[in-house]
Design a protein around this ligand. Structure first.
Ligand code: NAP
Ligand code: MG
Length: 485
């Protein structure tokens, strides 16, 4: 029964002033590439938003040359305090244009405006402010008295947090004195192109930031380019593994932020209603397109039925639909290909014997949608307990003792995130100590801060982004032993 109906509350797109087509951003200007163009579409309506250029190997080469020229000519010679001014300026322009960026991101990615407006874009600005503050203090980063920039960084990002992943990559690289060539994901290039405009608006010296739009081959050309000093990649473990193999034995430095299958562990003494909210934000935030999602719920056996009943009640209140509507909780899945992957994995849950429950919501006729879904009766051997679904699907398993919870949580090739819900601080610390995950939240989930390092264990990758640890990926240590102290 519906007690209360919401009137539509769509955010207007009139704030966007998009061009009909976008070139590549190389040497401070938008230029035509050599590979033609492709459409970026809105996954909630399947309509074309604009056309963007497909960068070829020659275009990637031009971008790397522009970045090299800017590195040698201006950026590496500029004092950190001057670099900081540009980064502060970029951060302020992001704040000024935040509504426009939030609308563009929701349109291109399909995620709700409530998230782009309140999470993605504020964090993007926070990342630039934070690293702007580091630019003139690099000697305090723990890498010796005079750490040096690496040179040209090639950066490749996925589609799930397009502008935020750009900020995670570009802000520390620039603060540390590197220049960059960044390739956004094929399905979400829009906000990277608006960011290129912001670089122009901030008078950033030409070539310090270069944006090459395209598909996987464009990324591969960037990885293979001999004049790139560092590759920073965020994406799937399969592609990350290929990049690491391709660069093995070369001087190019690599950091990899890959997939995850985070365990969210709920003990019977936890504040259950608070835990329910944390479980929901852990897996249904951003349609579950989150590398550190709490996609495996480990719930203590004696509270399993209660937790599942409360989750079903809570999920029934989530509103799925137009990403630009301010009341929307669950937006569109980013692409048809991703919807097919989610559907295939969920079907494997059925065929391997788990029980599916989906929230009773109507899916729009156009676009790519998947309802918030729970699987109970999941065994550790099931594919839905082992493989990253990267969608709004929660696999629920049970445990009886803390040791069993730890063993099950660590029983994964990944190691990016985990959550612990308990009233006992001693148990929180003891369990956190035994979990092999880069980020562990206690009585909360999916909280991000630029001062906090983020990264993985095992097949979730290596290297850290965020905090002063994030600077280490873009600096040559000047201390004889190197590394963070
Ligand atoms: P993906 O296929 O690996 O793509 C990531 C990026 O790499 C995209 O820009 C992609 O371009 C590009 N790419 C594809 N093939 C390439 C190649 N051979 N060489 C160089 N670049 C290549 O990953 P996805 O499916 O888009 O993203 C989802 C994955 O990212 C998930 O596994 C998720 O867990 C992970 N992720 C991790 C983090 C983290 O911080 N650990 C954060 C977010 C996401 P196209 O888009 O044009 O194909
Ligand atoms: Mg798109």
């Amino acid at each position: 029964m519906t007690f209360l109906d919401y009137a539509p509350a769509p955010e207007s797109t009139s704030i966007l002033n998009l061009k009909k087509s976008y070139g590549l951003f190389i040497g401070g200007e938008f230029i035509d590439g050599h590979g033609g163009s492709f459409a970026t579409v809105s996954p909630s309506t399947e309509t074309t938003i604009t056309q963007v250029a497909m960068a070829t190997e020659a275009d990637v080469d031009a971008a790397v040359r522009a970045a090299r020229k800017a590195f040698s000519g201006t950026w590496s010679k500029m004092p950190g305090s001057e670099r900081a001014k540009y980064l502060f300026r970029i951060a302020r322009i992001i704040q000024e244009r935040s509504r426009e960026l939030a609308v563009a991101e929701s349109l291109d990615n399909g995620k709700p405006i409530r998230e782009t407006r309140d999470v993605d874009i504020p964090l993007v600005a926070a990342w630039f402010f934070y690293y702007a503050g580091w630019a003139d203090k690099l000697e305090y980063a723990g890498l010796g008295p005079a750490p040096r920039a690496l040179g040209v960084a090639g950066q490749i990002i996925p589609w799930n947090f397009p502008l935020l992943m750009l900020a995670w990559k570009i802000a520390p690289a620039l603060a540390a004195g590197n220049t960059v060539v960044l390739k956004p994901a094929e399905t979400t290039p829009l906000t990277a192109l608006l960011f290129a405009e912001i670089c122009q608006q901030a008078d950033l010296p030409p070539g310090v930031v270069n944006i090459v739009t395209g598909a996987g081959a464009t990324g591969a050309a960037l990885v293979a380019h001999p004049d790139v000093n560092k590759i920073a990649f965020t994406g799937s473990t399969a592609v990350g593994r290929g990049i690491a193999q391709g660069l093995a034995g070369t001087p190019t430095r690599v950091t990899l932020e890959l997939g995850g299958k985070g365990a969210n562990i709920v003990f019977d003494d936890a504040a259950i209603d608070q835990a329910i909210e944390g479980i929901v934000s852990g897996i249904f935030f951003n349609q579950g397109h989150v590398c550190c999602a709490g996609s495996r719920l480990l719930v203590q056996e004696n509270i399993h039925d209660d937790v599942v009943a409360r989750l079903q009640k809570r999920l029934s209140t989530l509103r799925l639909g137009d990403p630009l509507d301010k009341n929307t909780d669950i937006g569109a899945v980013n692409s048809k290909a991703q919807l097919q992957r989610i559907t295939e994995l969920a079907n494997s849950g059925d065929s391997e014997g788990a029980d599916r429950w989906s929230a009773p919501c109507e899916l729009p006729a156009k676009g790519f949608w998947f309802p918030p879904t729970l699987f109970t009766g999941v065994q550790t051997s099931h594919r839905i307990a082992r493989e990253e679904i990267f969608g709004p699907v929660l696999s629920i398993l049970t445990f009886r003792t803390p040791d069993e919870a730890v063993a099950k949580a660590n029983n994964t090739p990944y190691g990016l995130s985990a959550g612990i819900w308990t009233e006992k601080a001693s148990r929180m610390l003891a369990i956190a100590d035994k979990l092999r995950a880069g980020v562990i939240w206690a009585n909360t989930f999916n909280k991000f801060d630029p001062a906090s390092p983020f990264g993985g264990y095992k097949e979730s990758g290596y290297g850290r982004e965020g905090g002063k640890h994030g600077l280490a990926g873009y600096l040559e240590s000047s201390s004889p032993k190197g590394g963070l102290k």
